[in-house]
Design a protein around this ligand. Structure first.
Ligand SMILES: [Zn+2]
Length: 198
């Protein structure tokens, strides 16, 4: 796994406990495959508009972000598998969230999108060369398909934790607000570009 993510989040992740060493790729796929049920269970009977001051997005917005992120990584792997460029064109998740108006989206549609994104993620692996694809991230360096699976799985675990924290009043994750690498903290000491580039 690349050192960039280890440095950014810690290993295991300081906020959600995700280990970059394990899960292995198969477990990462399982985390991603089960993400729709995971979020549906957590947000059951909620509106999606819930939020807390220390996290930048609402419940629905985090679901939308995980859906978008999963699909974008699937598209990147497909690009490599189909003979396109291996160099990743990164995006700014904060700008995408603003452009998509994440916080005003309906939770129902966000959950539907997450299911569709996971279908895209799973379908890309039916392209024969996908497992051998090594993408080139401008900040993170070479990323094997297994490393990409870990990145996508971490996003699921990390933001499911954010949603649980929002709905539970954030008591479940003590110390998070004091973490200088907490990218969701508006006072975070890392540059916005590094904090939001995916
Ligand atoms: Zn995490």
């Amino acid at each position: 796994m690349n050192g960039w993510l280890r440095e950014r989040y810690g290993d295991p992740c300081r906020e959600c406990g995700f280990s970059w060493e394990s899960p292995e790729t198969a477990s990462a796929h399982e985390i991603i495959a089960r993400s729709p049920e995971r979020f549906e269970r957590v947000v059951s009977s909620r509106s999606g508009t819930e939020h807390i001051p220390r996290l930048k997005w609402s419940v629905a917005a985090y679901v939308a972000h995980v859906a978008d992120n999963t699909r974008i990584w699937a598209e990147r792997l497909a690009t490599g598998a189909l003979g396109g460029a291996l160099r990743i064109a990164t995006y700014d998740e904060a700008l995408l969230g603003r452009a998509r108006n994440y916080c005003d989206l309906s939770l129902t549609g966000c959950l539907w999108s997450l299911r569709r994104s996971v279908e895209d993620w799973e379908s890309v692996w039916s392209l024969d060369p996908t497992a051998a694809v090594v993408l080139d991230h401008p900040e993170q360096g070479p990323l094997s398909s297994g490393a990409v699976a870990s990145i996508v799985a971490h996003e699921v675990v990390h933001h499911a934790g954010d949603v649980e924290a929002i709905l539970g009043g954030c008591a479940a994750l003590p110390g998070q607000a004091a973490d200088p690498l907490n990218w969701a903290d508006p006072k975070a000491k890392i540059p916005p570009s590094a904090a939001t580039s995916q």
